[in-house]
Design a protein around this ligand. Sequence first.
Ligand code: FES
Length: 110
Amino acid sequence: SNVAAHLMEGKIELVGTRPEALLKGEGAVIQWKGERAGAYKDENGELHVLDTTCTHMGCEVEWNSAEHSWDCPCHGSRFSFDGEVMEGPAKKPLKKIAYSDTDEVRHIPY
Ligand code: FES
């Protein structure tokens, strides 16, 4: 697709990259069916895809590659790679997304 347009939108040049391309132990924010999503490939090669909307008040969590967690910048909630609450104030896990590798997925900027 149009590289210049993607750059203008601030998109990193990973369009077409699929979560399958993640290395084991690596996570990333991706775009899934037009929505921001979080993907993590565990040590067994299994993909965990989550809605990155924090269950506290709706901020977008970011991948913490040092801790392998999804961290919320707003009030400090932290979630495990599969979305379980590690630290509040959030009380509910991140929503899991049923991922199918037949659909288009691409990375979006942090
Ligand atoms: Fe994420 Fe408050 S919105 S911790």
